[in-house]
Each structure stands twice: as structure tokens, then as C-alpha cells.
Design a protein around this ligand. Structure first.
Ligand code: SAM
Length: 248
């Protein structure tokens, strides 16, 4: 094992591994992750690679036995424990492909614990490719240094989301027709929270009334302009993180 305090270097590639990691373990790698390390990152024998498993934290490993399509990663030591992610869910109506991918990526970077797709009546998209979305979450977590992946929930219909809403979690409802000033509401409503963002077409009147009638709901405004759904999702998450999350 390299003895310098600068090991592993900050530039070491970082990968999510779907298996419990531990000191001394050897992780054989092939397929896309191996291609990324060998052909894209040009990893050489003895180079450091950072691994995280969404279970135990982050580990530094050494690349060995590098061949054309596979290699072995020998875990040397733990570099981070599993992080405690702020208790914030982002509930979003499905929107078009590139835009929902952007929401997933930014939600992960900003630190959300869970991404909850919610089907609403005016959604122009009624299906989501969850495995593609999950790949975006993993890639964003690899890039931003998260040790815990955001949970990606199956899509639920809005009435079911409201019916099964957990006691004690604030449901901030981003209502484009107006609501309370966000800063004021965030200062008042502390603790587990979620934001609900509508689709391109917004919420219809019945949905709006049902959300507003829910005991956990707090209707908030994101300002005088109508934001695109992805802008609203990213902005709302950033504001919550700055006021109540782990940016402080
Ligand atoms: N077509 C809708 C309209 O013109 O009223 C706009 C929907 S907007 C593109 C998508 C979602 O972003 C909304 O349902 C809402 O959740 C959120 N949003 C956008 N601008 C907002 C604002 N100024 N305040 C609160 N929420 C907003």
C-alpha cells in the first residue's frame, strides 16, 4: 500500500459497486465499469480507485491484474463512512426525457434522500425509464462524492401519494398560482420534508384542491415567474438544502 498521506490522490476515479466492501476484499470488475477505468481513465497497475457501496461508505483500492476488458480492485482502506443524507424527498411529476434526467442528476448532487416520481393528470409523459434514471443518479453520486445513493421510488399516482403520506413529513407544494413565501415557511416547518413539483402543464384545479387540503401540505411560491418544472425542482431543492439541509 502506498505510504504517502496524499494517497489516494484526489483525482482517483470513483465508482459505485453494488456489493458490500471491506478492507482486504478484492473486487473483480468487467463490462462498462472496467471499460471506463481501463480505456477511458487509462488506469495502470497500482493506481488508486475510490469505491463506494451505498452500505458501508467509501474505500480506496488499488488496480491490479489489468487486462483488455477486466481488472481487479484490491481494497486497501476506508476513506469515508456512510453519510447521513438530509431527510428531504423530491416528488416530481414525470417530464420529458432530457429534462427529468437533469432533475435526477441535480437532485443527487444537491443531496436529496429520495426521488419520488408522481403521476398527475396533466403530465405529458406517463412512463419513466427508471433504470436510465437510476444510472443518472449513480453517475452523479460517483462524480459528486456521495457515499449514499438517493432512493429512486416507483412512480405513484398523486391521490396515492397523498393517501399514504407519512405522518410528520412536511409536504411543500410548489404552486405556480401562488403560495406563502418560501423562506418564511421553511423557517416555520422544520424536520423531514418533501417538495412536490408539477409537470409541464401544471396541476389541475381538483389536484390543487386535494393537495392544499392535505394536513401535511404547505403551499409555497417560487416567485412571480412561471418556472419550467426542472428549474422549479432544482431551485426548490437548493433553497431547502441551504435553509434546512446540510449546506449550513
Ligand atoms: N403550465 C403551468 C402554468 O402555466 O401555470 C406551469 C407549470 S410549471 C412549468 C411546472 C411546475 O413547476 C408547477 O406545477 C409548479 O409545481 C412549479 N412552479 C413553476 N413556477 C412556480 C412558481 N413561480 N411558484 C411555485 N411553483 C412553481
Amino acid at each position: 500500500m502506498p505510504a504517502t498521506p496524499a494517497w489516494p490522490p484526489q483525482s482517483a476515479p470513483r465508482l459505485y459497486i453494488d456489493a458490500s466492501l471491506a478492507e482486504g476484499a478484492v473486487v473483480p470488475l468487467d463490462g462498462n465499469p472496467a471499460h471506463y477505468l481501463i480505456s477511458v481513465m487509462r488506469v495502470k497497475d497500482g493506481d488508486a480507485v475510490l469505491l463506494f457501496d451505498n452500505r458501508t461508505g467509501e474505500w480506496a483500492a488499488e488496480a491490479r491484474d489489468i487486462r483488455k476488458r477486466d481488472l481487479a480492485l484490491h481494497i486497501v482502506r476506508q476513506t469515508k463512512t456512510l453519510e447521513a443524507v438530509p431527510d428531504f424527498w423530491l416528488c416530481v411529476a414525470p417530464i420529458k426525457k432530457g429534462r427529468i434526467d437533469l432533475v435526477a442528476e441535480k437532485a443527487c448532487e444537491l443531496g436529496v434522500a429520495k426521488l419520488q416520481p408522481v403521476l398527475t393528470r396533466r403530465a405529458v409523459v406517463d412512463k419513466l425509464n427508471l433504470s436510465r434514471l437510476r444510472a443518472h443518479l449513480v453517475e452523479a453520486a460517483e462524480q459528486c462524492g456521495r457515499t449514499a445513493l438517493p432512493e429512486l421510488a416507483d412512480m405513484v399516482k398523486l391521490p396515492d401519494l397523498l393517501k399514504n403520506w407519512p405522518v410528520g413529513r412536511h409536504l411543500f407544494f410548489a404552486d405556480e398560482r401562488g403560495g406563502a413565501p418560501m423562506a418564511e415557511m421553511l423557517a416555520t416547518c422544520k424536520g423531514p420534508a418533501a417538495f412536490l413539483i408539477g409537470p409541464e402543464g401544471g396541476f389541475d384545479d381538483e389536484e390543487r384542491a386535494a393537495i392544499r387540503a392535505h394536513t401535511a401540505a404547505v403551499a409555497v411560491s417560487l416567485g412571480p415567474r412561471i418556472l419550467r418544472a426542472e428549474t422549479a425542482a432544482i431551485a426548490a431543492t437548493a433553497i431547502w438544502m441551504a435553509q434546512s439541509g446540510d449546506w449550513t
